[in-house]
Design a protein around this ligand. Structure first.
Ligand code: UD1
Length: 417
């Protein structure tokens, strides 16, 4: 298994390009299942989760053609196997996103339940409840969700909590339903909007994406289209945090701060100067950061996917801060690893009290999930001496060529096989 070896203490300086958003690309790949035509996608990041999703829809009959470096064409005219096996779903929870599109297009779907994961139980009851409200017959047997519906019908759905992939699954199912579907308490995440934009370019009728009430007027079929995936706001935020923690000065290109208000505000609170340009962000960090308290919540509030990175910043900032995680019940696994590097963190249920220390010292640490890994990378970049991060397959799921991008910014980092 690959490991990442970091020799810390070097400020990140320079320019790096941000990749397409994993969490927008995954549902958009699933949207290809909805039409019997070709979907041309660009700005697709090279990530393990993307490869997994391509394998998953490939074994369903979708023909994938790579068009150069970051573009691909999906032809789902031969879709013939509405089945998502456990072996694939267990490696990536977002596989559940095939459920709505398969049911809408094929009238049937058999999709493995994803099960829990490191950061919490993460049930999919809202996905199932919403599809049932649209008339689907659903049974859960042997670990699989089996759904059938001759044609889904539009209805009003109020989700019990804000769920990102739940909103996306139901929106995709509704585009081919009979009549109007209204999703209330919908997720407002920018990735939901990117998916809606792609669906609209395929002929779907959707309004309200980006608000908590999305209206979808069902159509008989969708057609082929071309779509460019939005930049990855979490990758952007992660590089901003890495630059801040190392007292660096970076320019991130092919991205935008429009989806990052809460993160940019918090970074400014630490003392960083941030210049938000049309398609770039420039950050200049001070010599000593101030600790900042955060509370995660659905968009547009502070994203849970940036919580771990801010914990790393607070480890070396001046003062104490409280980090409150409200989305997932077990998302402080990085704390114990950060403590191994010398951090002062006290956990009480969903709150972490972090008191900045003058320095961290390199050690061997273990990555436990995707964003936890990112926080260990940031801590490793700051720590004196060498930090060896084990199990970096988590990082490869969500950060494209991370060691190459960090090296371009001057970091001393290399992959050890
Ligand atoms: C998505 C993101 C993930 C991010 C998360 C929260 C993708 C591929 N992943 O995950 O990176 O951390 O949003 O911003 O886009 N819940 C239920 N029942 C359901 C659905 C959700 O109880 O049917 C709960 C979850 O356990 C969690 C909360 O709702 O506590 C929010 O989860 P959700 O928004 O669904 O997360 P994902 O869509 O899985």
């Amino acid at each position: 298994m690959d490991k990442l070896l970091i020799e810390g203490g070097v400020p990140l300086v320079g320019e790096v390009a941000i990749s397409g958003a994993k969490n927008a690309a995954l549902p958009i790949l699933c949207a290809s299942l909805l039409c019997g035509d070709t979907l041309r996608l660009s700005n697709i990041p090279h990530l393990n989760d993307i490869s997994t999703m391509l394998r998953l829809i490939g074994q369903m009959g979708v023909v994938v053609t790579m068009d150069g470096n970051e573009a691909l064409t999906l032809d789902s005219s031969g879709l013939n196997n509405p089945f998502a096996p456990y072996d694939m779903v267990k490696t990536m929870r977002a596989s559940i996103l095939v459920l709505g599109p398969l049911l809408a297009r094929c009238g049937e779907a058999r999709v493995s339940l994803p099960g829990g994961c490191a950061i919490g139980a993460r049930p999919v009851d809202q996905h199932i409840k919403g599809l049932q409200a649209m008339g689907a017959e659903i049974t859960v047997e042997g670990g699989y969700v089996h759904a059938t519906a001759s044609r889904l019908r539009g209805t009003r759905i109020v989700t019990d909590m804000v769920t990102v992939t739940g909103t996306e699954n139901l929106m995709m199912a509704a585009v081919l339903a009979d009549g109007e579907t209204v999703i209330e308490n919908a997720a407002r995440e920018p990735e939901v909007v990117d998916l809606a934009n792609c669906l609209v370019s395929m002929g779907a009728q959707i309004s309200g994406a980006g608000t908590d009430c999305i209206r979808i007027q069902g159509v008989d079929k969708l057609h082929g289209a071309a779509h460019s995936v939005m930049p990855d706001r979490i990758e952007t935020g992660t590089y901003l945090c890495a630059a801040a923690a190392t007292h660096g000065n970076v320019r991130l290109t092919r991205t935008s701060a429009v989806w990052l208000d809460s993160v940019v505000d918090k970074l400014r609170e630490t003392g960083c100067e941030i210049d938000c340009q049309a398609d770039a962000i420039v950050l200049k960090a001070p010599q000593r950061l101030k600790a900042v308290s955060i509370r995660t919540a659905p968009y547009p509030a502070f994203p849970t996917d940036m919580q771990a990175q801010f914990m790393a910043i607070n480890c070396v900032a001046e003062g104490s801060a409280v980090i409150r995680e409200t989305i997932f019940e077990n998302r402080f696994m990085h704390a114990v690893e950060l403590i191994r590097l010398g951090a002062d963190i006290r956990i009480d249920a969903n709150n972490a009290l972090v008191t900045g220390v003058p320095r961290l010292d390199g050690a061997t640490v273990m990555a436990t999930d995707l964003r936890a890994s990112a926080s260990l990378v940031i801590a490793g970049l700051v720590a004196q001496g060498e930090t060896l991060i084990e199990r970096i397959y988590h990082l490869d799921r969500g950060y494209e060529r991370i060691e190459e991008k960090l090296s371009r910014l001057g970091a001393r980092v290399r992959r050890v096989r």
